[in-house]
Design a protein around this ligand. Structure first.
Ligand SMILES: *Cc1c(COP(=O)(O)O)cnc(C)c1O
Length: 458
């Protein structure tokens, strides 16, 4: 990183006031929310680091594009602009818009998976795995071991372990693996990138066995930045060129536009294979809408297309990654246990080390998120045992990583906000011994982290 401060590469044209709350108000709010930060009313939140999904501030150029929405039922101008952006920036031939990323995951799973199949991936993502499993597949984690160790320092902790992938092929047969899902970056590993070298090798191995490579493209621009920073031969390349090379190793992608496309809603499925694309268009009309809008207004597609171009601007992504790193380094200096290296979209607190006295089935990360809210009105989320859900046998999955995610929305908060967050976490760390565990009192059957409710243990 350069020595001089990297200030926001934008100036502020519109402001949104945020509410300060008292501890008494927050105590009432978190109790009402069943100690689940997802269930808090956002008006009771001071700095909202729940997610970077759909929380982006759009640019004046994107807002201007909203006025150019062509709300025709079919063949909207904005669809063609989106299609052109995907072709130019990502290099895929066909695009099916969807209301958000999971809409694309649903369609991809339905057109590729048969019951009994296996889908390998570099660590699971909640909605991605849910769609794979609902269509009869089993998920197999083939990420490198380092990804499961919060302290392992590896420049590309999101990489796929080719031996794990090969042994899955040997064990279940390539004909039962419709595709490998490659997430760039890996959200649940801490926003960790995948190297270009690894993408090349994964692609070669998969294609040798007629297995498709499908990207979870959600944070592809952040991944490209890390490649430029860390991988030999990429220091002089543009972010756009790196993104395009990454995708050249795949057959398609699901995209949540709510992340790296810099919009509040939207997503798409991108494909190279014409027959698969045809199948996707047959399903999108059932679940989303016409293949030329897929659950989005014309204006949403326009904002997404414009956001895609803005996202590959070097100064935008340099500031984004720099801001996340600024928060992470402040915490690290104070001795707070975080996932290392610091990833692309969030700083992850290691709740196992933060609260070693709370066993995993008393939900330390869930409680840490609740306590951080109580302390300062900062909202974060659990990414541990609650997010991991239950296995087929009914027992909890016990993930090695028990984390609290402080996710930084794009272009929304300033460095001063990061200072406040760091101060709150550090204060909480100083009194960590007094924090107790939780008991789950309501559990929904799938994706339980969204709506589960808890009570503090006495
Ligand atoms: C957000 C996200 C998704 C799902 O996208 P939605 O737009 O929320 O439906 C899929 N994969 C990853 C890695 C994500 O972060």
């Amino acid at each position: 990183m350069e020595k001089r401060t990297i200030a926001e590469p934008f100036k502020i044209k519109v402001v949104e006031p945020i509410k300060m709350t008292s501890r008494a108000q927050r105590e009432e709010a978190i109790k009402k929310a069943g100690y689940n930060t997802f269930l808090l009313n956002s008006k009771d939140v001071y700095i909202d680091l729940l997610t970077d999904s759909g929380t982006t501030a759009m640019s004046d150029n994107q807002w201007a594009g909203m006025m150019l929405g062509d709300e025709a039922y079919a063949g909207s101008v904005n669809f063609y602009n989106l299609e052109a952006a995907v072709r130019e920036l990502y290099g895929f031939k066909y695009v099916v818009p969807t209301h958000q990323g999971r809409g694309a995951e649903n369609i991809l799973s339905k057109i590729t998976i048969k019951p009994g199949d296996w889908v390998p991936g570099n660590m699971y993502f909640t909605t991605t795995r849910a769609h794979q499993e609902m269509n009869g597949a089993s998920f197999a984690d083939v990420i490198i071991d380092e990804a499961h160790d919060s302290q392992a320092d590896h420049p590309f902790k999101g990489n796929i372990d080719l031996n794990k992938f090969q042994s899955l092929i040997d064990r279940v047969g390539a004909e039962n693996i419709p595709y490998i899902c490659v997430a760039v970056t890996v959200n649940l590993a801490g926003g960790q990138p995948v190297s270009m070298q690894n993408l090349r090798e994964v692609s070669a191995l998969a294609h040798k066995h007629n297995i498709k490579v499908m990207f979870d493209a959600t944070r592809c621009v952040e991944n490209a930045y890390f490649i430029r920073e860390r991988e030999e031969g990429y220091q002089e390349k543009s972010i756009a060129a790196i993104v395009k090379e990454m995708f050249s190793y795949g057959d398609g992608a699901t995209m949540s536009g709510k992340k790296d496309c810099l919009v509040n809603i939207g997503g798409f499925l991108a494909l190279n294979d014409e027959k698969l694309y045809q199948k996707a268009t047959e399903l999108v009309v059932v679940f989303e809408g016409m293949p030329s809008y897929g659950g989005l207004a014309g204006r949403d597609m326009e904002a997404m297309a414009r956001g895609m171009y803005e996202s590959v601007d070097f100064h935008y992504i340099q500031h984004r990654i720099g801001q996340v790193r600024y928060l992470g380094e402040k915490l690290e200096k104070a001795g707070v246990p975080i996932v290392k290296p610091i990833g692309g979209h969030a700083v992850f607190l290691d709740a196992r080390q933060f609260l070693p006295h709370i066993p995993q089935d008393q939900f330390p990360a869930q409680m840490l998120a609740a306590q951080l809210y109580l302390e300062s009105g900062v909202r974060s989320m659990e990414r541990g045992i609650i997010s991991a859900g239950r296995a087929k046998d009914g027992n909890h999955h016990y993930p090695k990583l028990e984390l609290v995610r402080l996710t930084i929305p794009r272009r929304v908060y300033t460095y001063a906000h990061m200072d406040v967050v760091a101060e709150s976490v550090i204060e909480l760390y100083q009194k960590r011994d007094s924090i107790k565990g939780l008991e789950m009192v309501y559990e929904p059957p799938v994706l339980r982290f969204f709506t589960a409710r808890f009570e503090p243990l006495a």
